[in-house]
Design a protein around this ligand. Sequence first.
Ligand SMILES: Cc1cc2nc3c(=O)[nH]c(=O)nc-3n(C[C@H](O)[C@H](O)[C@H](O)COP(=O)(O)O)c2cc1C
Length: 185
Amino acid sequence: MDFLEVMRKRRSCRAFDPAKTVSRDDLLKIVEAGRLSPSGCNSQPWKFIVIDSPEAKAKLCDAIVVENGATGAPWRSQVSAFILLVEQPAKVMQCVADHYKDTQRFAPGDIGMACMNMCHEADSLGLATCIIGMNDQAKLEKYFNIPAGRDVRLVLAVGYAADPDAAVNKVRKSLEEVCSFNNWE
Ligand SMILES: Cc1cc2nc3c(=O)[nH]c(=O)nc-3n(C[C@H](O)[C@H](O)[C@H](O)COP(=O)(O)O)c2cc1C
């Protein structure tokens, strides 16, 4: 399939089939897509924690609800597995560190790229994903022994879509709005 077609068809899934379990084999293929992703200075500033046991999933489901009960994933109990994308200290070239005075400058973007590749790998395996951006960092550190301050940038929900044939509705800004040649306008 043409790659643009692949991207047009991928969607964030918010209704998973709770009866279907994603195999560890498939989960590792998804992580492998993250591991192979590009990163600034090839620093690979990530650690992937796969959450697939019932006990760990119950804790994760609690940790993606923040104050006042707000959550980006009200459907979280249906999900077969989650993958935490944790930002690690990045070892970047000295000139980059000197210029930005910030060795983590590229890391959130790197994590985003890894996550996107993981979504596409899952898609190619017939699985569905949803990126979850909001979490309770303190709870995640406590539940999963994450060293203090290692930011869980993203949580990726992975499962089987309840309705794999649901229509994909891509809501996007127009090409004209987001793209120009050779200048801002
Ligand atoms: C950083 C980030 C955080 C996101 N957090 C959530 C979330 O908490 N809950 C959710 O349902 N979708 C979340 N999404 C999915 C977006 O809402 C989705 O990608 C966007 O609406 C475009 O739809 P599509 O992925 O189906 O093309 C997140 C996406 C990104 C990139």
